[in-house]
Design a binder for this molecule. Sequence first.
Ligand code: SAM
Length: 254
Amino acid sequence: MTAPTRTGRGTGTGLKDPSLRRSLALFRAFRHEQDDPEGCYSLLARDAADQVEAYDGPVKGRVVVDIGGGGGYFTDEFRRRGAHGYLFEPDVRELGDKPPGSAVVADGYLLPLADGVADVCFSSNVLEHVTDPQTFLSEMVRVTRPGGLIYVSFTNWLSPWGGHEWAPWHYFGAERARARYRRRTGRPAKHTLGENLFAVHIGPTLRQVRARDDVTVVSARSRYWPFLAQAVAKAPGLREFATWNLLLILRRCP
Ligand SMILES: C[S@@+](CC[C@H](N)C(=O)[O-])C[C@H]1O[C@@H](n2cnc3c(N)ncnc32)[C@H](O)[C@@H]1O
């Protein structure tokens, strides 16, 4: 993700989730990620905050921590809704030139937070960028209070978007896809498999979270799909290709 500046937008998308209107609005915004990152990420942030509130009620007055939140669009949105929002991001380049005042440079593996301080622990599209997703998740669970909500979404490797900027050519091999990207754009790709992008799969991830005794799985669904958002994530094999991006809603056990 680049680190654009932002101007601030209203609260809530007013779009039903899931619905075709919402998915089309998100899709259009993604298509303009490069030329209108502000529009793209502020819509995505309002949409994600709507999802958190749909599962957990208003965030107003709650402590919401955003792990790997990049330039802070999500944290800004939570704060706009009255939450005590804090951003933890290890890469200062990702923070950009207008990070939220509550931004902390910190790694998601080792958060400078006491146990159970967060009402909501939030992470959007970070899990596929860490070498050890289970340790990353454990740290999210640790900082969440008993009964608190954990929001984790990630693009799985076999998703049509799994290769990120070199997708969908990753289906033919990561190295070949990266080389193609460079040839076509004249720029080196941002992501390298095994360095800052990892092949995370839905089936094993679900089995690992379901085996945990410190969280319950409230929902495992496609984040962006307009219909059958839950059903698609249930079909072994098919889900690896069709889900696009898995959204896990977990609740910390008391
Ligand atoms: C694709 S960006 C996602 C940014 C933002 N959350 C979003 O959804 O637009 C991935 C982010 O994960 C961050 N990241 C990578 N490794 C991390 C780690 N170990 N702990 C926390 N964040 C990490 C990167 O610095 C980057 O900001």
